[in-house]
Ligand binder design. Structure first.
Ligand code: MG
Length: 385
């Protein structure tokens, strides 16, 4: 990177390293290589057909996990550049942050977590790490993508203390109450900025929420009123987009300014200072946190729990539970490679080991693959192929 980075930015020449030692890349930084490996992974390609809020077959214009991840990367990189942080690391974390999501969004994760209750649970964050550490099988010398510590740390946004103990290096900060890199902190907030704003767009596009309803929310109404004042004739998508782009802008400016002030006050001289600081240095102002919470609450009540979305949620539960249970009952229903893996896991880890392999298989499915697999197994008149 040609631009000078701040002393507190993550430095690819000084990475904590990879799980398996490898020669340094010739023309790329270590973090660029991480980003490139993520883009070439199977898990990343599957994001195209995984739900964000709306199930993939409901329409071509809604966000998927892939377009969401690209939007997070866009927002996060712009902020990283402004704060002189490492853009490549930021982008790598953003592109991989949702790679462990099940089909059917949060409904799918909740259902799989219920299924896995007796066997250690299921959490998409941990699954993202499991994919990049173990499940991708593309390289001659190791399983997984063998990413740097810094990218893996960013992917693991949160985890329980119990799980942290089993995770080694990336779990330590949860036990020691230290912080992640600024690039990881930043990507986590960029994720929220992206989904809060694009869910408004998708919600309005679907007709499940209206502009009149949205005007109850301060973050929306402030920008909407400005747009209407300047362009009184503006309607439809143009009006919505013009409002949302300003909302994103306002949140990004708040985040940059508050974080700059935090950095000035704390004056970290290295990434070690960032990690040892008593709180996160990348943050919204108090006022923006309140306004952003108001928006989240609105979306939860009016969009995520809208009865039409809720009906789809119910179906998703049914599909995930049925698939998981039928494979647990009879392993021979699994495709051959998963059958082999689950038999091996049964020997080593008992029923919990077997369940984990089945969870990996189900979690890896796209929305449409899960729907098809359900039909192949349960639609009596349908094809088994
Ligand atoms: Mg996300």
């Amino acid at each position: 990177m040609s631009e000078t980075k701040a002393p507190y930015a993550a430095n690819p020449n000084n990475t904590i390293g990879r799980q398996f030692a490898e020669p340094s890349p010739t023309y790329r930084s270590e973090f660029q290589r991480d980003r490139d490996r993520i883009i070439h992974s199977t898990g990343f390609r599957r994001l195209e057909y995984k739900t964000q809020v709306f199930v993939n077959h409901e329409g071509d214009l809604y966000r998927t996990r892939l377009t969401h991840s690209l939007e997070v990367a866009q927002i996060a990189r712009a902020i990283a550049r402004t704060l002189s942080l490492d853009e490549d690391l930021t982008e790598a974390i953003a592109l991989a942050h949702d790679i462990g999501h099940t089909p059917f969004g949060h409904a799918g994760q909740d259902a799989l977590n219920t299924c896995m209750k007796k066997h250690g649970g299921f959490e998409h964050n941990l699954q993202s790490l499991r994919i990049v550490d173990k499940l991708e099988k593309n390289y001659a010398e190791f399983d997984g993508l063998n990413l740097t510590f810094e990218t893996r740390e960013g992917i693991l946004k949160h985890c329980s203390l119990k799980n942290a103990k089993d995770l080694g290096d990336v779990g330590e900060r949860f036990l020691n109450k230290t912080q992640s890199s600024l690039e990881a902190q930043l990507t986590n907030i960029a994720d929220q900025v992206a989904y809060n704003n694009h869910d408004i767009d998708d919600g309005l596009r679907s007709g499940l929420i209206s502009i009149e309803q949205m005007r109850q929310v301060d973050l929306f109404s402030v920008q909407y009123d400005k747009v209407m004042w300047k362009y009184p004739e503006l309607t439809g998508n143009r009006c919505v987009h013009e409002t949302i782009r300003r909302m994103i802008g306002e949140q990004v400016v708040d985040l940059v300014e508050t974080s700059k002030a935090n950095l000035l006050e704390a004056n970290p001289q290295s990434i070690a200072d960032v990690r040892n600081h008593d709180k996160q240095l990348i943050s919204f102002s108090k006022e923006m946190i309140t306004r952003s919470q108001e928006l989240k609450k609105f979306l939860r009540e009016n969009l995520y729990f809208h009865h039409k979305v809720y009906r789809m949620t119910r179906k998703a539960h049914q599909v995930i539970e049925a698939l998981f249970n039928v494979f647990m009952e009879d392993l021979r229903l699994l495709p051959p490679e998963h059958l082999q893996l689950s038999r091996e896991a049964l020997l080593v880890g008992g029923e919990a080991g077997q369940a984990r392999i089945i969870a990996d298989y189900v979690a890896g499915m796209t929305d449409r693959y899960a729907t098809k697999e359900y039909a192949r197994l349960f639609d009596v008149e349908g094809s088994v192929f």
